[in-house]
Design a protein around this ligand. Structure first.
Ligand SMILES: NC(=O)c1ccc[n+]([C@@H]2O[C@H](COP(=O)([O-])OP(=O)(O)OC[C@H]3O[C@@H](n4cnc5c(N)ncnc54)[C@H](OP(=O)(O)O)[C@@H]3O)[C@@H](O)[C@H]2O)c1
Length: 249
């Protein structure tokens, strides 16, 4: 499994950076992407033989295609991609902002699609490769104050499900990753107590384990994911009163 070429988007901070460090430490050649060249460079400086910066904005379709071409030219065919770049901003009813929703949809959903458009044909032609899409347990069911974020992550989960049915048998593995709360710059803005909060390094361990397996969904921490899965299956008449009580509405 070592010496794979892995590409991780959103790997300048948080979960993506922790995953990149871990995979590079295990012997992968890891291309990391995010918008901030400076932050990518400082992560790569920790392990310059294994970590390689490829700055991009995932919402720029041409730039995504160009970076995939550049990675494959300089490092070799991408064996594994983790499409992790993401954004989160609250979208409460009070002051609801379509612009904020649009920004999250662009990064979380269209950004993933931009990478898939350029990457899937290459992997399908080689009949080899693995792609993991970063979703969230927040995509299981629409959560209060998170219409934009939950909506974007539900879209990512559905996108992965659609693609899996088609990619099976083509030699390309597709998975979705559904973490609970992880302490990163993204969640630092949350003012509430985050249940089962884990550190990015622990999340990276869970993701690496999940990527080795064949389960379509990599969900953690197990107890929290199970609670939200159960909530997903509740009838509306039970779900809405329960979620309102949970968030104090
Ligand atoms: N933390 C959690 O509790 C949690 C839970 C479930 C799912 N997730 C998901 O996990 C992923 C990583 O989040 P995180 O918590 O690790 O947050 P983070 O530390 O804020 O990381 C976000 C990463 O995405 C990059 N990024 C943002 N917009 C981008 C764009 N337009 N183009 C390219 N890169 C972009 C950021 O770098 P630049 O700003 O330099 O571009 C950064 O590297 C996200 O998809 C998030 O939704 C997080």
């Amino acid at each position: 499994m070592a010496n794979r070429v892995t590409w991780i988007t959103g790997a300048s901070t948080g979960i993506g950076a922790a995953l990149a460090r871990k995979m590079a430490g295990a012997g992968d050649t890891v291309a990391i992407s995010a918008r901030s060249q400076e932050t990518l460079d400082s992560v790569c400086a920790e392990n310059p033989d294994r970590l390689h910066p490829f700055a991009l904005d995932v919402t720029d379709r041409a730039a995504v295609a160009a970076v995939i071409e550049a990675i494959e030219t300089t490092l070799g065919p991408i064996d594994q991609a983790v499409l992790n770049a993401g954004a989160y901003t609250k979208t409460p009813v009070d002051g609801f902002s379509a612009e904020t929703v649009e920004r999250m949809m662009m990064v979380n959903v269209v950004g993933v699609a931009n990478a898939l458009e350029a990457l899937m044909p290459r992997m399908v032609a080689r009949r080899r490769g693995a792609i993991a899409l970063m979703a969230s347990v927040a995509g299981y069911r629409g959560l209060p104050y998170a219409a934009g974020y939950s909506g974007s992550k539900a879209a990512v989960i559905a996108m992965g499900q659609s693609l899996k049915a088609e990619l099976d048998g083509k030699g390309v593995k597709i998975q979705v990753i559904c973490p609970g709360f992880v302490r990163t710059p993204l969640t630092d803005q949350n003012e509430f107590d985050m249940p089962f909060l884990m550190e990015p390094e622990e999340a990276a361990d869970r993701i690496v384990d999940g990527l080795k397996g064949d389960s379509f969904e990599i969900a953690f921490p197990k107890r929290f994911a199970l609670q939200l899965k159960t909530m997903q299956k509740l009838p509306d008449a039970l779900f809405f009163p329960m979620i309102k009580k949970t968030v104090g509405l």
